[in-house]
Structures are given as C-alpha cells and as structure tokens.
Design a protein around this ligand. Structure first.
Ligand code: UDP
Ligand code: MG
Length: 150
C-alpha cells in the first residue's frame, strides 16, 4: 500500500549532526520525501503531538526534551512506509533497538532516542496535520521509481 508517514529527527539528532545520515537512510531505502522542514516545537505543539502520553511519569521530561532545540520534520511516502520507517528506527528504547536501526546505531537512552516516527496510518495523518499544511506536501514522481516498484 502506498502510504505517507510522519518522521522527525529529534533535538538530540540535530545537535549530534545526524540529520544527513538519517535522511540518507530513508532516501536510500527508496522512500520519497514529500515534505521537509526545520522548526522549534512549542509546548502547545508538543502537547498535541504527545497527547496520548499526557499524565505519564515521563511526559514532563519528554516535553522539555522535544522543545529543547530545533527538530527536522518530514513526510515520507512509499510502499508500507509507516511500518517500514518504524522498523528502520528500531525499538523505542535504544538499548533494545537492534544494530542497523537508527536508535540501535545512534542511541543509548530512552529519553534521547534521536528520532520519532508515526506508529500507524491514523497517527501519521494526525501528526502530519500538526506540522505541515497540505500545500507543503509535494506530489511528484522520480524516474527511479520504475526501479523500486515492479
Ligand atoms: N519516552 C521516554 N520514556 C519512556 C517512554 C517514552 O522518555 O519511558 C519518550 C521517548 O522519547 C519516546 C516518546 O516518549 O520516543 C514517545 O513514547 P512512545 O512509547 O510513543 O515511543 P515511540 O512511538 O517514540 O517509539
Ligand atoms: Mg509513539
């Protein structure tokens, strides 16, 4: 299924110069970048984004972390990209994320896990709407797609 997902390099990923590395991994996989921007998340946006976690013990630290510096937000498109991008990110806790995954390769702590990715098609829709207008998501084709899809 051709899908769109929402992915974000978190403030630690930006500070640690991992933006290029992370985008490169998704590009090389074959996903198409439909939208891309750098921004600083406000506490209001953080509350919207992480609504499901409001009230949990880690929530205040999570908001502090996610608003602590710029993030790089992107929308990726491709076959089964929601689950595929999550697989490439690895488990939430980098200690449990396998080698070869982004969190497994670049993270140590659950509260500094470098990247966010939507966990379902519905979450992706909801999160995209927080960060992008429809006009900011570009529809285009790349010649390489004939070599990516049969
Ligand atoms: N988080 C944390 N401590 C926890 C659980 C989660 O700091 O015990 C943070 C972590 O940054 C994680 C985010 O909260 O990525 C959202 O948690 P979720 O369970 O949704 O994990 P994800 O979907 O990001 O893998
Ligand atoms: Mg989540």
């Amino acid at each position: 299924m051709l899908e769109r997902t929402y992915v974000m390099v978190k403030p630690d990923g930006v500070q640690r110069n991992l933006v290029g590395e992370i985008i490169t991994r998704f590009e090389r996989k074959g996903y198409r970048i439909a939208g891309l921007k750098m921004l600083r998340i406000t506490p209001e946006m953080a509350e919207k984004h992480y609504a499901e976690h409001v009230g949990k013990s880690f929530y205040p630290g999570l908001v502090e972390y996610i608003t602590s510096g710029p993030v790089v937000a992107m929308v990726l498109e491709g076959k089964d990209v929601v689950a595929g991008a999550r697989k490439m990110m690895g488990a939430t806790n980098p200690a449990e994320a396998g080698p070869g995954t982004i969190r497994g390769d670049f993270g140590l702590d659950i509260g500094r896990n470098v990247i966010h990715g939507a966990d379902s098609v519905a979450s992706a829709q909801r999160e995209m709407a927080i960060y992008f207008t429809e006009a900011e998501l570009l529809q285009y084709e790349k010649a390489v797609e004939a070599w990516l899809y049969e």
